[in-house]
Design a protein around this ligand. Sequence first.
Ligand code: SF4
Ligand code: SF4
Length: 253
Amino acid sequence: MTELHSDLSLDHNKRRLLAGAAAAATMTIAPGVLLVAPKPAEAAVTGPVTDKVRWGLLIDTTKCDAGCDACVGACKAEHGWGDESKSNDQQDAQWIRKVDVKNPKTGYAFSLPMMCQHCENPPCADVCPTGASFKRADGIVLVDKHICIGCRYCMMACPYKARSFVHEDLVMQKTHTPRGKGTVESCNMCSHRVDHGRLPACVEACAAKAGGAMLFGDLNDPNSEIARRVASIATTQIRADLGLNPGVLYHGF
Ligand code: SF4
Ligand code: SF4
């Protein structure tokens, strides 16, 4: 849906500059010898991580179909988990999953994607003995695989069942989002994309292939689309009673 696009957009002048730079990177250094510099894989980083921003998601469950898992498929493809045609189908990864809910009293049913809620006060980080679980200044909660010792305290502390442990050898590693056997993982809000001015893969897929139920943006910017929507419609934090202030908000129930 058009109104559910992201607040992010890459500056057009920057795109042109990058395109020009890539073209100029190929030149003749001697007769018959071409110097071809590697093209930049992505646009430049948009800026330093700062607490002026709080990245968040608003999910409109009235636009989320029970049978749709476009977001899950996009996440699997982006991060290289859960492909059953490969050998890591035993991972039972929990980066994102669809949950169908029905109110037994009213019969009202809806479906929602569940992932790390990117809590402002993340208990996963509180219990982590090594500091591997941490929250960035812009609100994205991550696991540093280099110092995760696989104790799984964070999995027990997370009330959203948002984390999973990598038991098996990995065969589908993506260079932009490496995973690690013996470590814990969860949704990283596609920080590698966000830091380059792009949308999380799930948001992009939902807009392109499904109902456009996911809006990504800066909750701290009162002029952002997500902040304006949050101010104008009823939203729900799952398990708001826990006081974790998730960065993922839902609408429609
Ligand atoms: Fe940590 Fe779970 Fe909150 Fe994500 S949802 S920040 S893994 S406690
Ligand atoms: Fe920290 Fe890793 Fe233990 Fe989780 S499993 S609490 S990230 S060391």
